[in-house]
Design a protein around this ligand. Sequence first.
Ligand code: 1CP
Length: 342
Amino acid sequence: MELKNDLLLRTARGEQVERPPVWLMRQAGRILPQYRAIRSSLSGFKELVETPALAAEVTIQPVDELDVDAAIIFSDILVIPEAMGLPYELVEKKGPLFPKTIQNLQDVQALQSGENAAAELQYVFDALKLTKEGLNGRVPLIGFSGAPWTILSYMVEGSGSKTFSKAKKFLYTQPQAAHLLLQKITDTTIAYLKQKIKHGADLIQVFDSWAGILTPAQYRVFALPYIQQICEAIDEVPITVFAKGAWFILDDLKDVSCQTIGLDWNMNAALLRQQMGINKVFQGNLDPCQLYAPIKEIEQAALDMITNFGRKHIANLGHGVYPDTPLDGVKAFVNTVKNYSY
Ligand code: 1CP
């Protein structure tokens, strides 16, 4: 199926484009009344993720409502631990919870991995296929996964955390088990992403949401080599690496085989280009809280962001949009980018 709007892909490939493409991390979700309506009729988040027709429907909602330049498949990074043998629950108002966690080498050895594990996720692949049909070529579809370190952190910690100190302790005290676990996650993630691409993903984003809590030395040993393996294996479509909070690793990411680097709102794109000579495409990085401001200020901030990034830019927020963000603020951001021309 030919894409009617392939601006995101042309930008990710480094081509000269007319304006930055725009989409928002977490664009499918509670910011949209259409999403809340579907969600409230279900038993929970997992039912939505695991029912392909519904997942496809909520994936397309932001394309209809916001006219963004990409859809991102509605799913979660935590489907990977579950496929490996560690089920998750999503506790209302509290977040993810793993009844069973990884404590030692034996626990890691008991997990399945690679293609066998990825095969458990047929419901995601079916959702991609239905989404592609529903989009009918309007915009590209983004597939995603968590980065191995971020996935390990949930598997060891058992829930979200401010410090992820249990997960970091695991790296310091059981490095051998940690490396085996990271390798198993990596193998599963590669098999999973390849299936996503087969079922229609046009671009892949790897979320390293907890990158910023590692030291640079830990990041180089426990995170980056596995991200590199994923980027090397995925050569069918462009790939974005978003290592949140890890400004200290951008100089290394320069040499990783990804096309695009996601930046959070603490980072300065112009400075990174000048001082580090990073030539890859950047994605980001408006502060999600900026969207609570008056409309005029949102518009100005979006223009300032575009100016700061220069070319080779995919406009986005610096992290996911917060559920209580006014829809008018979101639309002001999207429309400012869409009305811009270089
Ligand atoms: O019903 C609900 O609204 C539950 C909230 C929710 C939603 C909407 C969760 C639970 N996951 C999702 C969907 C989701 N998760 C998407 C959808 C596609 C889109 O972007 O529109 C994506 C890309 C994710 C990825 C994800 N899940 C990340 C990486 C991105 C990030 O925000 O850093 C992480 C860390 C998760 C774990 C997770 N799942 C859900 C929550 C609330 C969390 C975060 C928990 C924590 O803070 O530790």
